[in-house]
Design a protein around this ligand. Structure first.
Ligand code: KG4
Ligand code: ZN
Length: 340
């Protein structure tokens, strides 16, 4: 019988300090997340300096709680996985330094994980039958990528955003209409009361690159709409406005995701990242996939936004491939997917 593999996954790339114990790459034994959202809400976005300081303050506590919740000791871990990029450099450094210190002290292998690989891997937690190859759309606050997951840890990027990430567009529009930070969940909620066809906003396209995304034109249109209304004294119906904006984003994401799965010949499509929580995106994808005979996968909301479990899962597959990091592992803020 094969020995069980326990990975402690650590994540600190943005504004969540998170740790988790994952058994054999699929079973989450604990998932502890300390969210700094309330702190950054005051400033309308993540303040990197504050994020780093808070990670330092919380990381030991979060790791201890993750081990406690799993009813395990550090010595029982097979390896320590940590996000080393992309993300905010100061925030990443806290996780990387911590992981190095405890891995070295406990004589455990250190496994550096790409944050996006983590998001993709979140899909393995609740879908035991899901295995590569499949197409995955990663939509978060910092990334919008369309990739073919050829094997565990092996990716072909077929599309990406040329400007704003999908989550960033949600956050900026939310701020413009006064919904506050983080905008995604607030827009999602407000849009449920609105008419998605009230305002005809454009669908961003990138000439010659059918799988690339562009959201800055849409964002400008929304801002122009708001400014025009203010100047002419017209009242803005916020639910209609955000529902129409969301409809444009969802349209762009759904059409490219489904077209990529069909063209590349995969009948499995997964979505990942914070924006994968979005109810309109889930519903739109579900409908389009059903029509095209594609099986759709998405993680529960708690595994869509940043968490340690997704790093534990990705770390397991990297460990199985023998991808162990050296003690010189460093934080790489602009780490490319597939780069080691
Ligand atoms: O994956 P994540 O936690 O962090 C990054 O790696 O960026 O994603 C955070 C992003 C934020 O932009 C947030 O507004 C967005 O995900 N988000 C949503 C929803 N929940 C979170 N966007 C749209 N609808 C939601 N329900
Ligand atoms: Zn993320």
């Amino acid at each position: 019988m094969k020995e069980d593999v326990y990975i402690l996954g650590i994540e600190s790339s943005c504004d969540e300090t998170a740790a988790s114990v994952v058994k054999n790459g699929r079973k989450v034994l604990s998932n502890v997340i300390y969210s700094q959202i309330d702190l950054h809400t005051l400033y309308g976005g993540v303040v990197p300096e504050i994020a780093s300081r808070k990670h330092i303050e919380k990381i030991n506590q979060v790791i201890e709680s993750a081990l406690e919740e799993a009813q395990m000791e550090l010595e029982e871990m097979t390896g320590i996985a940590v996000t080393y990029g992309p993300g905010l450099v100061g925030a990443l450094l806290v996780g990387v330094a911590e992981a190095k210190a405890i891995a070295y002290a406990a004589k455990k292998p250190l496994i550096g994980v790409h944050h996006i690989e983590g998001h993709i891997s979140a899909n393995f937690i609740e879908h035991p039958e899901l295995e590569p190859p499949f197409v995955c759309l990663i939509v978060s606050g910092g990334h919008t990528h369309l990739v073919v997951v050829k094997d565990y840890g092996e990716f072909e990027i077929i599309g990406r955003t040329r400007d704003d990430a999908a989550g960033e567009a949600f956050d900026k529009v939310a701020r413009a209409v006064g919904l506050g930070y983080p905008g995604g969940p607030k827009v999602d909620k407000a849009a449920r009361e609105g008419n998605p066809h009230a305002i005809e906003f454009p669908r961003g396209k990138v000439e010659g690159s059918p799988y690339d995304f562009s959201f800055s034109g849409l964002k400008s249109c929304v801002l122009n709409y708001i400014n025009h209304a203010k100047m002419t004294g017209e009242e803005i119906c916020v639910p209609d406005l955000v529902a129409s904006f969301q409809n444009s984003v969802v349209d762009s994401l759904v059409s490219r995701g489904v077209a990529a799965a069909l063209e590349y010949g995969y009948d499995k499509l997964a979505i990942a990242g914070g924006v994968a929580c979005n109810t309109a995106l889930r519903a739109g994808m579900e409908k389009a996939c059903k029509k095209s005979g594609i099986r759709l996968y998405y993680p529960s909301p708690i595994y869509c936004t940043d968490n340690g479990a997704m790093i534990g899962v990705a770390g397991y597959y990297e460990y199985r491939k023998g991808n162990i990091s050296g003690w010189d592992l460093n934080a790489i803020p602009n780490l490319k997917l597939g780069q080691r």
